[in-house]
Design a protein around this ligand. Structure first.
Ligand code: PLP
Length: 396
């Protein structure tokens, strides 16, 4: 029997979500840009989905921009800000500030802009809990800063950043009447467990992904504060999504995304508490049997996502552990899904501990709606066996 413990990588589509989507697979196939009845049907579904998502994050209808993924939304926020600052606001030497533990879709985009000479990039460090000091961000702000990007919660160790405080420091620096710096937060991992209201977080831009919250893959969104008006499109064409993301809208997946987001908000507190208890129990059992293990990331409490566990198994290579787990039916990971095929150790753990060995001996275990106490007990038993017996028989 297989046990899935990689919910930070992706989640299965909720049955209620697939039911909401199903009419749009073939029957309601119109293009939201067409004027006839088929188009109007699609356009109405698009409007309803946008309205729903806007309501869930306390935003306005026109502030929701659908994209093809969170990766694309992060690109739009970062590249879009640099592009507009250069072209319309005469910022000749734009600078962006990102955190060293960001998802690759932020880090690689920033690196790319630096390589192309489009922007200077400053990297903010984190402490051993993976947390940013808002004062460090404030010290880096200057008149050329066009954007600061900080993920609300980290995808590998679940650290919850002081977003409100960082946003407030940026607002204070900016003062009244200035467009830049914009504050962007990647709320992909946070959305399921934390209220994500950009106005309360002092954020101008916010990214969410559908497939991390039991919606379909291939759709995301960027909240764009209407008054900020500080980004240009990256994908140009027919002018869909208020001119910020051209391309025929993926109504099927947008409907699914909105449905999944509604459910996520509805069950947020209850499900957070449920997985928190299971996660604490999981680690408690492992620690009791293998006292040498160490928890990577913040202690359990309000600075860590309730479904995240990241454990250092001293002296055991992550690759070897991953293979043994996989052979024994456990789906866990050694870092972010996009990077797990790359041989280098997690940049998140290296940023936190400055220790490549620790980073190469750690496993990420993330729980979700399908996780039960029985699964936790079986997974713990399997991991303990793997650690105690290097040559565990896969089929016993
Ligand atoms: N940001 C974070 C924090 C993530 O965890 C992920 C996915 O792993 C992404 C962005 C990218 O999301 P998507 O798969 O929708 O491009």
């Amino acid at each position: 029997m297989k046990i899935y413990l990689d919910y930070a990588a992706t989640t299965p589509v909720d049955k209620r979500v697939s039911e909401a989507m199903s009419p749009f697979l073939s029957e309601k196939f119109g293009n939201a840009g067409s004027l006839h009845a088929y188009g109007q049907e699609a356009s109405a579904a698009l409007d309803l989905s946008r309205e729903k998502l806007a309501g869930l994050i306390g935003a306005e209808f026109r502030e929701i921009v659908f994209t093809g993924s969170a990766t694309e939304a992060n690109n739009l926020a970062i590249r879009g800000a640099v592009k507009k600052a250069r072209s319309k606001h005469a910022v000749t030497r734009p600078e962006i500030i990102v955190v060293g533990t960001e998802h690759e879709s932020v880090l690689e985009t920033a690196r790319d802009l630096a390589r192309e000479g489009e922007a200077r990039v400053s990297i903010v460090s984190v402490n051993e809990e993976g947390l940013v000091d808002p004062r460090e961000v404030a010290e880096l702000l200057n008149e050329n800063t066009v954007l600061v990007s900080v993920a609300y919660a980290n995808n590998e160790v679940g650290s919850i950043q002081p977003i409100k405080e960082i946003g407030a420091a940026i607002r204070e620096f900016k003062g009244a009447g200035r467009v830049y710096p914009l504050f962007h937060t990647d709320a992909v991992q946070a959305f399921q467990y934390l209220p994500c209201v950009p106005s309360e977080l002092n954020a101008d831009l916010m990214t969410i992904s559908s497939h991390k919250i039991y919606g379909p893959k291939g759709v995301g969104m960027l909240y764009v504060k209407s008054k900020s008006a500080g980004i240009d499109p990256v994908i140009t064409g027919g002018g869909q999504e208020f001119g910020l993301r051209s391309g025929t809208e993926n109504i099927l997946c947008i409907v699914g995304f909105a449905s999944a987001a509604g459910i996520a908000v509805e069950v947020r507190d209850e499900e957070g508490e449920r997985v928190r208890k299971l996660r604490d129990d999981f680690y408690g059992q492992i620690k009791a049997s293998i006292p040498e293990v160490k928890l990577n990331g913040p202690a359990f409490g309000d600075k860590r996502l309730p479904n995240n566990l990241n454990i250092h198994f001293q002296g055991r290579e992550s690759d070897e552990l991953l293979t043994s787990c996989s052979i024994n039916g456990l789906a866990v990971s050694s870092g972010s899904a996009c990077q797990s095929r790359s041989p280098s150790p997690s940049h998140v753990l290296v940023s936190m501990y400055g220790d490549k060995k620790r980073a190469a001996e750690s496993l990420r275990i993330t729980l979700g709606r399908g996780t039960s106490k029985e699964e936790v007990d079986r997974a713990v038993e399997t991991i303990i066996k793997i650690i105690r017996n290097r040559k565990i028989n896969a089929f016993n």
